[in-house]
Design a protein around this ligand. Sequence first.
Ligand SMILES: Cc1ncc(COP(=O)(O)O)c(C=O)c1O
Length: 413
Amino acid sequence: MAKLQRRSWAEPFKIKMVEPLKMTTRSEREAAIVEAGYNTFLLKSEDVYIDLLTDSGTNAMSDNQWAGMMLGDEAYAGSKNFYHLEENVQKFYGYKYLVPTHQGRGAENIISQILIKKGDFVPGNMYFTTTRLHQELAGGTFVDVIIDDAHDSENLNPFKGNVDLQKLESLITKVGEKNIPYVTVAATVNMAGGQPVSMENIKQVRALTSRHNIRLILDATRAIENAYFIKRREPGYADKSIAAILKEFCSHTDGATMSGKKDLLVNIGGFLALNDYEVFEEARNMVVVYEGLHTYGGLAGRDMEAMARGIEEAVQYDHIKARIGQVEYVGEKLLSIGVPIVLPIGGHAIFLRRALPRFRHSCDGTRHCIRGQEQRNGGSLLSKARTRATHIPTPCVYSGTLRCSCGIGGNRF
Ligand SMILES: Cc1ncc(COP(=O)(O)O)c(C=O)c1O
């Protein structure tokens, strides 16, 4: 008898609350997508049955997180939830100082404004849109130093998010270390399809940046997913806990920007974490202007509590295994029916290499009422994300990447 296999993505939780969905007819869905100008960002949520637009902020929170929401200390200053979050960021990420922000881009704005001066260069392993824009608004020029493999959607490199040390070193030689305030490493790399960075690579980047006195700032938005890939793929880490890998990874960096809406299982929240007291002091002053006092940074006390508790849950091996297992499962199903997707299957999203006309049609909500999004992938594939964001109707385009971030698969749903 064939051995019964446990599905890798079996969920380590029970569902005890449901959110009713509106059931629509095909003609209602067709009308909705026409009304939205074929722009999935303009669809109303209630018209979408399966929403694969993004993993961002779409998490289902646990009973423990909801219980924490009831313990929100909404004092203007010194909320106890801030101290809980600070304690957990120190414990799990290892950074000394914490500045909460309303979401990741709030932290990106602050760090960019503090460290970048006009004419600087900011290297990174590909980029996330808001990260790069904040760097540019602060007067910097982004330079992509990711390995070439990341731009090849069929390359099977297990660590396609790695920084190319040669590219980084050449940039330092060309523009001079004084003109590089910091290097950004995102782990995992969203735009490359949720591809991870190896521990070996971050150590080498650290060694190189240290030799040149350049700071290293982590985009830790999905660093827990990254830790899972290290455990699964990198020699020497199979027996280490996700928490230990996460902390080791962060220890090679000087600070981090964080969008808690992904790894940390909340619907809103983020932070800037730092080791350098002087930079922290500046950030603590600046957050007051852009977000709110330094002990709430644009968040309610209850949101900080949910994020503090989310960290503890997110580093549990069974949780992260199921979270990424769901994405693998969907990806493998798509591969088995011949849908061309970016390989290897990433942590939080499935990127299609080409949107097939029929599938594309489905994703725009008419056939099955599924919503996805298109976005630029390292410049090598066609993007419509910006067009969508600027509300210009986009006709069906059959080249380009269609990202199905698993708002359903990657998250607890
Ligand atoms: C890798 C990465 N960094 C930063 C951000 C920005 O975070 P937020 O949306 O919380 O501002 C995102 C959002 O998707 C992201 O994926």
